[in-house]
Design a binder for this molecule. Structure first.
Ligand SMILES: Nc1nc2c(ncn2[C@@H]2O[C@H](COP(=O)(O)OP(=O)(O)OP(=O)(O)O)[C@@H](O)[C@H]2O)c(=O)[nH]1
Ligand SMILES: [Mg+2]
Length: 282
C-alpha cells in the first residue's frame, strides 16, 4: 500500500530541512516510524542530510528543484509496511498557487491522493509577511502609492492552504477525517516562556486569523507541533553547531508535542508529525 503525505508551506518555512532530518531518523529505527528498506534514489534527501551533518542548514529550494519526491518504505514498530511518498514542493510554488487563487490540476490530484499533510510555518523567517493590519496597510499603500508590494500576508496564505486541504483530502479508509500536522519549525528559537505556552498559543498570538481558521475546520483533524531539526540554530548557536559537527545528528532535534497532562514537552522522535498523520495513535 502506498500512502502519500504532502508537505505544504510558504517559502523558507522549513520543509526541506525536515525531509533531510527525518530520513536519518527513520533509518536509525528508534522512533514510531522506521525505514523498512533502503530507498532507491534519495540523492536530494542525502544532500540535505549532509548539509545538516556538516553543521549547516540546507539552502532553500531553487526553482529548478520545484518538486522532489522522497519515497520510502516505512513500518510502524511491529506493524505493517507502508510505502510513503513525501513530495517536497518549493514554497514559491505554493505561494503562487494561493496568489492565483487556484491550484493546478496536477497538485489537486496530488492532494486528492494524499492521506494527509504537514503544513509548515516558521519562527523568525525573513520571508514572513505580517502587516499589523493587512487590510489597512494595503489601503495605505494604495493611497500613498508605495511602489513596493508587501506581498500576501503569511496568515492569509496559510488560510488558503488549509482551504485547499479541506476541499481535496479524502477521508481516511476507516471513515475518519484526514489528518493535518501543523508544524511550527525553528521552535528552538523561542524563549522558555513561549515554549511552555506551546506552538498553538504562538499561532494565536502571531497569526490570529490562521489560528481562528484552524479552530473552525470541521473537515480536518488538526494537531499542532513545534519542530527543531537539530535542537538549535546552526547559524547562531556555536555550541549546537560544534556538537553536530562532532557527534552527528543522532539524538539531536526534537518535536514539541502536548502530553496527556497538557504540558508541551520535547519528544526526540522526529517522525512524530508523519506518524500521526498516517494514523498512528500518539
Ligand atoms: N533555528 C532553526 N532554523 C531552521 C530550522 N529548520 C529550518 N530553519 C531555517 O529555515 C530556513 C529555511 O528552511 P528550508 O527547509 O529551506 O525551508 P523550505 O520550506 O524548504 O523553503 P523553500 O524551499 O523556499 O520552500 C533554513 O535555511 C534555516 O535557516 C530549525 O529547526 N531551527
Ligand atoms: Mg525547500
Amino acid at each position: 500500500m502506498t500512502r502519500s503525505v504532502v508537505l505544504l508551506g510558504g517559502p523558507d518555512s522549513g520543509k526541506t530541512n525536515y525531509v533531510g532530518r527525518v530520513w536519518p531518523a527513520l533509518d536509525a529505527k528508534k522512533g514510531r516510524l522506521l525505514a523498512a528498506h533502503q530507498p532507491t534514489d534519495i540523492t536530494f534527501v542525502l544532500e540535505v542530510t549532509d548539509h545538516l551533518n556538516s553543521g549547516n542548514f540546507a539552502p532553500r529550494s531553487e526553482h529548478a528543484d520545484a518538486r522532489r519526491d522522497f519515497e520510502v518504505m516505512v513500518a510502524e514498530k511491529g506493524g505493517d509496511e507502508t510505502s510513503i511518498v513525501i513530495p517536497d514542493i518549493s514554497g514559491e510554488l505554493w505561494l503562487g498557487a494561493v496568489k492565483n487563487s487556484e491550484i493546478s490540476t496536477d497538485w489537486m490530484e496530488e492532494l486528492r491522493g494524499a492521506d494527509g499533510a504537514l503544513l509548515f510555518v516558521r519562527v523568525g523567517s525573513d520571508q514572513d509577511v505580517r502587516p499589523l493590519d493587512w487590510v489597512t496597510s494595503r489601503k495605505m499603500l494604495t493611497k500613498f502609492g508605495a511602489e513596493e508590494d508587501p506581498g500576501l500576508p503569511t496568515q492569509v496564505m496559510l488560510c488558503e492552504l488549509i482551504r485547499f486541504l479541506e476541499v481535496s483530502l479524502a477521508d481516511r479508509p476507516n471513515g475518519e477525517r484526514p489528518r493535518v500536522s501543523v508544524v511550527v519549525s525553528a521552535w528552538d528559537l523561542v524563549d522558555p516562556g513561549v515554549f511552555a505556552e506551546g506552538p498553538q498559543a504562538y499561532l494565536e498570538h502571531e497569526y490570529p486569523l490562521f489560528a481562528g481558521r484552524l479552530g473552525d475546520v470541521d473537515r480536518l483533524d488538526v494537531r499542532v507541533f513545534g519542530l527543531s531539526v537539530v535542537g538549535g540554530d546552526l547559524k547562531t548557536d556555536v555550541e549546537c553547531r560544534d556538537a553536530v559537527q562532532e557527534g552527528g545528528l543522532e539524538g539531536r532535534g526534537w518535536v514539541a508535542a502536548q502530553d496527556a497532562a497538557g504540558n508541551w514537552v520535547k519528544d526526540e522522535d522526529l517522525t512524530l508529525p508523519i506518524a500521526w498523520v498516517i494514523g498512528m495513535k500518539i
